[in-house]
Write a protein that binds this ligand. Structure first.
Ligand code: LMR
Length: 343
């Protein structure tokens, strides 16, 4: 049986997302019914399903699996934290409650210190450098860094570079002093906020908009695609284009489920995933730039740092490297630093 998912228009974002969440939570899955005998592959993620790099990649994966593996496998994608948020999805995967997910690379700290390399500040010049590192031997080995814990990385998916926003203008690092920032649950990201004199608040992605709007936190760091599709810019003073870090993803599954698949199913699924990865990763940067334009068109102030201003942020965050070099591994950090990307 072929399945389709009606996309929610991206213009609706926060308000409609809230309504839809209520509706969908009562009625999921809204789009797919597996035929008897098909292997069910539940794919859980937390972002918007359209107009967003991860959402679009997951939709394409669902379409291709359901067309090309019809009768053998059936994929159901659950976006916008409908099924699990990123803090819960990995334990749920190990319990067999979900088969695939693509958490941000910042969400694996409980399983491996090595993936924390992606959280180091100003490590990558651009998303091409990220791509280059991920495709190096050192990068590819990271996919298997959690096998002992029962998790297997399959492919890296791109989102983009991170920008910083708050309810006050951020130009100098001192502007962040004393502010509360939402961060993903990552020791390296928390240390970055502390290095700026701010207070880090780890929080699920689904809770960020309300926390910013209510003032429970003052600011956040995320990509243009996440900022726009969640509407963060509508409740912030502006967004400073710091490009100080990345949000990228690891498509992950459980070792037990993956190895339990019949070889032909596993091979076909891996091949489709690889092709979807190549197809969608090419568009992540462009989608981010489009979402940046939309943020600007909605009237938000975008602050661009000059070279001196950017250097001040680089210096302020540099001590974080000393804090995590031993834990992450100096060799791995050097391998990431060697990736030149689009320079
Ligand atoms: C976040 O929590 O900010 C991101 O990891 C969300 C995502 O999946 O892009």
């Amino acid at each position: 049986m072929n399945k389709t998912l009606e996309g929610v228009p991206i213009v609706s974002r926060q308000a409609l997302a809230g309504l839809c969440l209520g509706f969908i939570a009562l009625s999921t899955p809204v789009f797919a019914q597996c035929d008897p005998g098909e292997i069910l592959i539940r794919f859980s993620h937390v972002t918007a399903e359209t107009g967003h790099p991860k959402g679009e990649a997951a939709l394409l994966l669902q379409t291709r699996v359901n067309e090309e593996m019809d009768g053998r496998a059936c994929m159901e994608v659950y976006p916008r934290s409908q099924l699990f948020n990123d803090d819960d999805v990995l334990p749920a995967m190990l319990r067999g409650e979900v088969e695939m997910a693509a958490p941000s690379l910042s969400k694996f700290g409980a399983y491996t210190p090595q993936l924390q390399v992606f959280d180091l500040p100003f490590l990558f010049e651009d998303i091409l450098a990220v791509e280059e590192f991920q495709n190096s031997d050192a990068g590819q080995e990271l996919k298997e860094s959690m096998v002992d814990d029962g998790l297997l990385g399959l492919e890296f998916w791109h989102n983009g570079m991170k920008q910083l926003s708050a309810n006050v203008p951020l130009v100098d690092p001192a502007d962040a002093d004393g502010l509360k920032f939402r961060v993903q649950r990552s020791a390296v990201l928390m240390a970055q906020i502390e290095a700026l004199g701010g207070e880090p608040f780890p929080m699920a992605f689904s809770a960020v908009f309300d926390a910013l709007q209510s003032g429970d936190v003052d600011g956040q760091a995320n990509t243009w695609s996440n900022i726009y599709t969640q509407g963060f810019h509508t409740v912030q003073d502006g967004v400073t284009e710091t490009n100080h870090g990345i949000v990228d993803y690891l498509v992950v599954t459980s070792v037990e489920w993956w190895e339990g698949l019949q070889p032909d199913i596993r091979e076909d699924l891996a091949q489709i995933l690889l092709e979807v990865t190549h197809e969608r990763n090419r568009f992540a940067f462009e989608l981010g730039e489009l979402n940046k334009i939309r943020v600007r068109q909605e009237g938000a102030t975008i602050r661009i740092l000059d070279d001196n201003e950017r250097e001040a942020w680089v210096s302020a965050l540099a001590p974080v490297y000393d804090q995590f070099r031993d834990e992450i591994g100096a060799d791995l950090i050097q391998a990431a630093q060697a990736a030149e990307g689009g320079i």
